[in-house]
Design a protein around this ligand. Structure first.
Ligand code: 0ZP
Length: 331
């Protein structure tokens, strides 16, 4: 099998997250889910989510699907890096993304979601695309969609081609040569505890010298920004007029009319450039002259994260062969 599905920004003004249409059950119920390489649970708003916690999200109703089965005695509970979370019970059902179908996928139905999910009506749930070791279902951990689909895929890969303020794609089972230029550079992945962790070969600010020093971090489609060591972040914002690390906004901000340098990062011998427009992530509030940076310090998180601001500057291959690798190409 192969498949391809759109990844559309949930907000037209900034790419805080991307959603992809999926179908669940028989007859198919369509939901818009956030594909997240930083976690490994597939969970959805459901008919078991209290009405007071649902505000415009589409829901999966297992009782309306002739192929749903309760996974007896199984529960799940997840807390994400940003403090949001959800919990509930588990069904198996038919699950399809972009034409790739898994007949018996664990679908985690929410019985409780945190307020940030309730207030975000564009996200009906998540599809975890990290390694299955991170799955939170108890007593038996469940396989991700990618692990279940892998035996039937033409090639054991998926690719992310996220775009700046417009729809991009996730492809499963093949590498679309029309989506990148030059060669794909593959580097090893550390799969413990279950993220797509790789080591970048270094960074540069604008046209300044490239500093070759390894930066280990996670390729995470479910994180909006890039989080790197403080030394790198300060080296970047030294080149931005009026930039300050703001306690009240929780990160680096600067006047929206400042000129930003690009941010360059390396993967093996290859270099990738995050343009200034991506680095000026968004105004801190609508219409404000103060902008929040797309690069922030990872010191509070404890790990470096290559989120969407970096991923959308490249074509990225999540290669699930043994051992897994990650490939980066320019586009
Ligand atoms: C985000 O990037 C948010 C945007 C955001 C960033 C920072 C603070 C925020 C505070 C409140 C709300 C958003 C914040 C993504 C986001 C987009 C759109 C709507 C949202 C609505 C509610 C919440 C988030 C929304 N979040 C990252 C994150 O947690 C920030 C972060 N990463 C902090 C690490 N530390 N991403 C997770 C997926 C999100 C969850 C997808 C919320 C959207 C919904 C994971 O990819 C992060 C990952 C850890 C990381 C080290 C790779 C994780 O938590 N995995 C779960 C495993 C459990 C560990 C076994």
């Amino acid at each position: 099998d192969t498949g391809s599905a759109a990844a559309t920004p949930i907000d037209p003004r900034f790419d805080i997250a991307y959603v992809t249409p999926v179908t669940i059950g028989t007859p198919p119920q369509t939901l818009q889910l956030d594909l997240d390489t930083g976690s490994s649970d597939l969970w959805v708003f459901s008919s078991h989510t209290p009405a007071s916690q649902v505000r415009g999200q589409r829901i999966y109703a297992p009782d309306k699907s002739t192929t749903s089965k309760l996974l007896n005695g199984h529960t799940w509970s997840i807390t994400y890096g940003d403090g949001s979370g959800s919990r509930g019970n588990v069904y198996t059902d038919k699950f399809t993304i972009g034409g790739v179908t898994v007949k018996s996928q664990a679908i985690e139905t929410a019985q409780q979601v945190s307020s940030s999910f309730t207030t975000e009506d564009a996200i009906d749930g998540l599809v975890g695309l990290g390694f299955s070791t991170l799955n939170t279902v108890s007593p038996n951990g469940q396989l991700t969609f990618f692990d279940n689909a892998k035996p039937n895929l033409d090639s054991p890969v998926f690719t992310a081609d996220l775009k700046y303020m417009k729809p991009g794609t996730y492809d499963f089972g093949f590498i679309d040569k029309t989506k990148y230029t030059g060669e794909i550079t593959y580097v090893p992945v550390e799969t413990d505890p279950g993220y797509w962790t790789f080591t970048s070969s270094g960074y540069g600010v604008g046209s300044g010298t490239f500093s070759s020093s390894p930066i280990t971090g996670i390729a995470d489609t479910g994180t909006s920004l890039v989080y790197l060591p403080t030394a790198i972040v300060t080296a970047y914002y030294r080149q931005v007029q009026g930039a300050t690390n703001s306690r009240s906004y929780g990160g680096y901000v600067f006047p929206c009319n400042s000129t930003l340098p690009a941010f360059v990062f390396g993967v093996g011998e290859a270099k990738f450039t995050i343009p200034p427009s991506y680095m000026s992530y968004a105004a801190v509030t609508d219409g404000s002259p103060t902008c929040f940076g797309g690069l922030q310090s990872s010191s509070g998180i404890g790990v470096n994260i290559w989120g969407d601001v970096a991923l959308k500057a490249a074509f990225v291959v999540f290669n699930g062969e043994e051992p897994p690798t990650i490939g980066w190409a320019n586009k």
